[in-house]
Structures are given as structure tokens and as C-alpha cells.
Design a protein. Structure first.
Length: 149
């Protein structure tokens, strides 16, 4: 039996949460910015839908906020260790300026990772099988009426 790929490695590599092999984004780079969040409709490896339902990724704003706060805390720790913050000089304002610049520069990657983390919260490893969709009728198929008595 094959060893299950690591969740942390799959998230870091921006891989599909179902198979942890397929790429989640069409472009490897975040440039150009217009196409940085382009995703295939389904995973090329396992067929997992990347957008589970319309508007699914609206919730990534909360994940992005959490990642930005985590980055700010990390910046605060290294700034305290290497430079220090004192209220008698301008070091607090220097920290705020440095932190804003770092968070803004890393925002494209934060947005991508927030999608990866958000989809990973809802799709578990090995939970989707390509063959399961064969019995589901297409969306434009006529619906059968259910008669009740």
C-alpha cells in the first residue's frame, strides 16, 4: 500500500487536497496578477472539482485575514528579537511600516494559500473518486417529477 502524501507538503506545494498530486492553479507563478487565481475546473490527476459550489471561495477572505495576522505576529517576533520596539523612539512606526510592506508584497501568495487551505478544510484525502460522477445526471437533464399521493 502506498504511503499517504503529507498534508503539509501538499498545502505548501499548492496541490489538490484529494489526491495531493494535481496542481490547484493553472499558472505556476502569480504573474500576471490577472491570472494568479485561475484554477482548472477539475484536478488533472483525480478529477476533484476545484470550486465545489458557486461562490465557494468567498470564505477565503477569513483564511487570508488569519494568514496575514500570523505573518504580522511573525514579523513582530523577529523585529523584537533583532531590532526591538521602544516607545521612546520611532521603532514602533518602523515596525508598522516594515510589516505593511511585507504583508502587501506577499499578498498574492497569501491569497493563493488561503484558497489551498480553505479547499483542504472541506475536501479530505481520497474522498473523491472519478467513477462516482458517472451515475449523476448532467445539470441540464430533464428532472423527473415525484408523484405524491
Amino acid at each position: 500500500m502506498a504511503k499517504e502524501p503529507s498534508l503539509l507538503a501538499a498545502v505548501a506545494g499548492m496541490k489538490c487536497p484529494n489526491c495531493r498530486k494535481g496542481k490547484m492553479f493553472s499558472n505556476k507563478s502569480v504573474f500576471p496578477f490577472k491570472k494568479m487565481l485561475d484554477m482548472p475546473e477539475r484536478c488533472a490527476e483525480c478529477g476533484q472539482k476545484m470550486e465545489i459550489e458557486p461562490g465557494f471561495y468567498y470564505g477565503t477572505g477569513y483564511v487570508s485575514y488569519g494568514l496575514s495576522i500570523a505573518l504580522t505576529v511573525f514579523n513582530l517576533v523577529w523585529f523584537l528579537i533583532f531590532i526591538g520596539i521602544d516607545f521612546r523612539d520611532n521603532s514602533l512606526f518602523w515596525f508598522i511600516g516594515v510589516d505593511v510592506v511585507i504583508v502587501l508584497l506577499l499578498q498574492p501568495w497569501i491569497m493563493r494559500y488561503s484558497r489551498v487551505v480553505y479547499l483542504s478544510m472541506f475536501v479530505k484525502y481520497g474522498s473523491y473518486d472519478k467513477n462516482d460522477d458517472q451515475h449523476i445526471p448532467p445539470a441540464d437533464a430533464p428532472q423527473q417529477e415525484i408523484q405524491t399521493s
